[in-house]
Design a protein around this ligand. Structure first.
Ligand code: ACO
Ligand code: ZN
Length: 366
């Protein structure tokens, strides 16, 4: 098939640009001419892998492996009003599916964007967005960024925790509006499943920073509704990509539960979790539950007790235990089976927290 005959919505096998190994079935979401290139989504893969590919990456020799969308077949008569509406709607819908930002520069790291984020168009279409890692403001041009000369050395707001070079700052979306808006734009580049909250007033933001000689560097954050009716203690959670897989996600999660314990609440993160969010939470829940069980080895323990001690909901504890095959029944009574895979991990230290709860949520510890 001639690549010029391809249209949006066609599904075909594509050699993934990054690893250049196997071909994967993908859907065409957009097409650019001069030079001809296709924006593809790999079916059953996370959207962060979506990318522009050249015609040479497409498998065009086997015509039967190319799927043409049914809608296209039916509405071939482009003179009908119906087909015009369909195409227009499709276009608006698709513009949000495409990554609009290519690369950001943050703390001397160049990071590829994972998802769409509503940065102003003029900024988003620059090859690199320069983001100040102290105030999180964004610039389309390097000289503007360099002359920005930021005076801020840490996020605005109160430092409520400090230990081993790590600090947490608490920000109120209603008070530190600019910083929190910039933060939402930045985090949307790496968060897909959440809608960006334009109304940041109802949220608190907990920023995790690493202290270095020139100031407190942004590592990650989580946001939290001031008053969550559903008992959520985290709305959005992010570790910057250049800091991931170093244990910071665990620190963020651990801190969110420390605040819940202080508030006397059991809580859970807002659903749905992303793929990486689910992996991180499952691991954390497992560790906390097994830690509690191993300390209280010789006692009869109920899920309610673990929940009370850890602030993790009974539902999340139950899910993780049954998933691990750790609940067995003896004479109809549930028993925990301990496994010895536990190892020491960095967590947060309650004695370093200088914070008193001001907000009461609904799910109180019984
Ligand atoms: N592949 C496999 N396992 C992973 C991965 C990965 N890419 N990332 C995390 N995990 C699992 C691992 O078990 C890991 O422990 P290990 O490194 O000892 O094996 C564990 O999660 C925790 O890893 P951390 O290093 O503590 O977590 P990290 O700092 O990388 O942050 C986070 C995890 C926040 C989910 C990060 O991947 C991220 O920001 N992703 C993009 C945004 C996102 O998806 N956020 C969560 C949305 S859900 C919500 O907002 C409520
Ligand atoms: Zn700045």
């Amino acid at each position: 098939m001639d690549p010029y005959e391809l249209e949006i919505g066609y599904k075909l096998f594509v050699k993934k640009q990054m690893d250049n190994k196997d071909t994967i079935k993908a859907e065409i979401l957009s097409i650019k001419h001069n030079p001809l290139s296709f924006y593809v989504h790999y079916i059953n893969y996370n959207k962060r892998l979506d990318e522009w590919v050249s015609p040479t990456s497409l498998k065009l020799d086997d015509i039967f492996s190319i799927e043409i969308p049914k809608k296209k077949k039916k509405t071939e008569d482009k003179t009908t009003r119906k087909s015009i509406i369909t195409e227009k709607d499709e276009h608006t819908d698709i513009s949000y599916k495409l990554k609009n930002v290519r690369t950001i520069q943050f703390d001397n790291f160049q990071l590829e964007a994972w998802y769409f984020s509503p940065y102003p168009k003029i900024i988003a279409e620059q090859p690199i967005i320069y983001i100040c890692s102290f105030c999180l403001f964004y610039f389309g041009f390097e000289d503007q960024y360099k002359s920005h000369n930021c005076k801020i050395r840490h996020p605005p707001g109160n430092e409520i925790y400090r230990k081993n070079g790590l600090s947490f700052f608490e920000l109120d979306g209603h008070v530190q509006k600019n910083y929190c808006r910039n933060l939402c734009l930045l985090s949307k580049l790496f968060l897909d499943h959440k809608t960006l909250y334009y109304d940041i007033d109802p949220f608190l933001f907990y920023i995790l920073c690493k202290e270095e000689e020139d100031g407190f560097h942004f590592v990650g954050y989580f946001s939290k509704e001031k008053d969550s009716l559903q008992g959520y203690n985290v709305a959005c959670l992010l570790t910057m990509p250049h800091c991931q897989r170093k244990g910071y996600g665990r620190v963020l999660i651990d801190f969110s539960y420390l605040l819940s314990r202080k508030e006397g609440l059991v809580a859970s993160p807002e659903k749905p979790l992303s793929d990486l969010g689910l992996l991180s939470y499952r691991k954390y829940w497992k560790e906390k539950v097994f830690e509690y069980l191993s300390i209280n080895r010789d006692m009869e323990i109920s899920i309610a007790e673990i929940s009370k001690a850890t602030s993790i909901t009974e539902e999340d504890i139950g899910a993780v235990l049954s998933e691990e095959g750790s609940i067995k029944f003896y004479d109809g009574e549930p028993c925990f089976i301990l496994k010895d895979w536990m190892n020491e991990k960095e967590g947060v230290d309650e004695t370093c927290l200088e914070w008193e709860p001001t907000v009461k949520a609904n799910t109180e510890i019984k």
